[in-house]
Design a protein around this ligand. Structure first.
Ligand code: HPA
Ligand code: ZN
Length: 362
C-alpha cells in the first residue's frame, strides 16, 4: 500500500459504487455460506419487539405501546441520542436471569443460519444495575446462553462489557469492580452510549485499570464524534479495535495510521443509515475504507432497531456500494482476523472462506 492512491481515494466524498471495477456478483447465498464473525453487536439491541412483549407480560412490566407494530413504528431516529432513549426504555423490561438468557439465545438462533460462526457481544451492565438488577443476574443469563449456543449451534463467543460514557468515570470504575470476580467470563471492556461531549479521555483510568486486570479494550469512536476521539481511543485507552470509526476518514494522518497498524474497524452500515450518520447507503464510507487498506468489518450494531442482522448488512452494503465478491471475501476474512477467537479456529475459518471463494462460478 502506498500513501498516494490512499490519499486520492479517501479525499473523495462521493460514492465509489460507480468508479469500481464491475462487480463479480456475490450472491446472498455466497455471503451466507462464508464463515463470519460478528464483532459489534449490543445484545440489548437485538431485543425484538415480539420477545419484548413476551418478557414484559411475564414480568408484569408495562410497555408504552399497544402492539409489536406500534413499537416498530417508533423506530424512526434522527441521531444516536434519539435511538438511545428508546434503546434504554426497551431494556427496562429485562429483570430476571431467564430474560437475559432468552435475549441472548434468540440472537444466536437468529444468526446461526446466516453463517455467523463467532460473535463478540457487547452488554451494558450499567443499564441494568442502575435499575436494581444485579450484575450477576445479567452475566449469568448471557453466559448460560453463550454456553448453550456453542453446544447447540456451534457458535463461539466472547463477551465485552461496555461502560456507558454519559455516566461518570467513577461509575465505570465501580462497574469494573463488580466485574472483577468474573474476569474469566468477560474478554474485554468497551465504551458506548452518547459520544459527542464524552471523549475517550474521560475514561482513561477505568481503561488502564481494566487492561491491568487482563481485559482487552475496544471503544466506539468516530460514529458522531470527531477523528480526535479515535486518536484518544488509540493513544489513551489503548484499544485493540475501533467500533464504527467512520469519521476517521476526515484525517489523512489517522487513516494512514489505522492502515499501518492494522487497527480493525467494526463498521455498521444499516445502523449508520438509521441514525443518519450517512444520508444514503450509497455514500457509506465502507468502500473508501477498503480502498484505503483499512481492516473494515461489517456488523449489525443493534439489529432489532436498525432493520437487519449481519447478513442483511452485507447484502445492503453490496447492493448500495457495488461490492464485489472479492470485497465480500475481504470483509469476511477481516472479521475472523480481527476477532479474539482461538488461533486454531481462526485458521480453519479462514481456510473455509478461501475454499468457498475459490469454488468455480456456475
Ligand atoms: N453507539 C453508541 N452506543 C450504542 C450504540 C451505538 O451505535 N448502540 C448501543 N449503544
Ligand atoms: Zn455500537
Amino acid at each position: 500500500m502506498t500513501a498516494e492512491p490512499l490519499e486520492q481515494e479517501t479525499s473523495e466524498a462521493s460514492s465509489h459504487a460507480q468508479d469500481r471495477e464491475p462487480a463479480v456478483n456475490a450472491s446472498d447465498d455466497f455471503i451466507r455460506r462464508l464463515p463470519k464473525a460478528e464483532l459489534h453487536i449490543h445484545i440489548e439491541g437485538s431485543f425484538e419487539p415480539e420477545l419484548m412483549f413476551e418478557i414484559a407480560r411475564r414480568n408484569g412490566v408495562r410497555i408504552p405501546y399497544d402492539s409489536v407494530e406500534a413499537v416498530r413504528a417508533a423506530y424512526e431516529f434522527e441521531d444516536l441520542q434519539s435511538f438511545l432513549d428508546i434503546y434504554y426504555q426497551g431494556m427496562g423490561v429485562l429483570l430476571e436471569e431467564r430474560d437475559f438468557y432468552d435475549l441472548t439465545m434468540a440472537y444466536l438462533r437468529r444468526v446461526s443460519g446466516d453463517g455467523v460462526v463467532h460473535a463478540e457481544i457487547f452488554f451494558d451492565p450499567q443499564g441494568h444495575t442502575e435499575r436494581g438488577v444485579a450484575f450477576e443476574t445479567v452475566l449469568n443469563g448471557i453466559c448460560n446462553a453463550l454456553r448453550d449456543g456453542e453446544r447447540q449451534l456451534g457458535i463461539t463467543s466472547r463477551l465485552i462489557m461496555c461502560f456507558l460514557r454519559h455516566l461518570d468515570e467513577d461509575d465505570a470504575l465501580r462497574t469494573l469492580d463488580q466485574a472483577m470476580p468474573f474476569r474469566d467470563r468477560i474478554a474485554g471492556v468497551g465504551l458506548d452510549s452518547s459520544e459527542v461531549g464524552h471523549p475517550p479521555r474521560k475514561f482513561q483510568r477505568a481503561f488502564a485499570r481494566a487492561r491491568e486486570a487482563g481485559f482487552r479494550a475496544v471503544a466506539h469512536a468516530g460514529e458522531e464524534g470527531p477523528p480526535a476521539y479515535v486518536e484518544e481511543a488509540l493513544d489513551l485507552l489503548r484499544v485493540a479495535r475501533i467500533d464504527h470509526g467512520n469519521r476517521a476518514l476526515e484525517s489523512m494522518a489517522l487513516v494512514r495510521r489505522l492502515a499501518a497498524e492494522r487497527i480493525p474497524l467494526t463498521v455498521c452500515p444499516l445502523s449508520n443509515l438509521k441514525l443518519c450518520v450517512v444520508t444514503d447507503l450509497r455514500e457509506h464510507p465502507l468502500t473508501r475504507m477498503l480502498d484505503a487498506g483499512l481492516m473494515a468489518t461489517v456488523n449489525s450494531d443493534d439489529p432489532a432497531y436498525f432493520g437487519g442482522y449481519v447478513l442483511d448488512n452485507f447484502v445492503a452494503a453490496r447492493d448500495a456500494l457495488g461490492l464485489s465478491a472479492e470485497d465480500i471475501v475481504t470483509l469476511a476474512r477481516n472479521s475472523i482476523t480481527a476477532s479474539w477467537a482461538d488461533a486454531g479456529r481462526k485458521e480453519r475459518w479462514l481456510a473455509g472462506i478461501d475454499a468457498i471463494a475459490s469454488e468455480p462460478a456456475d
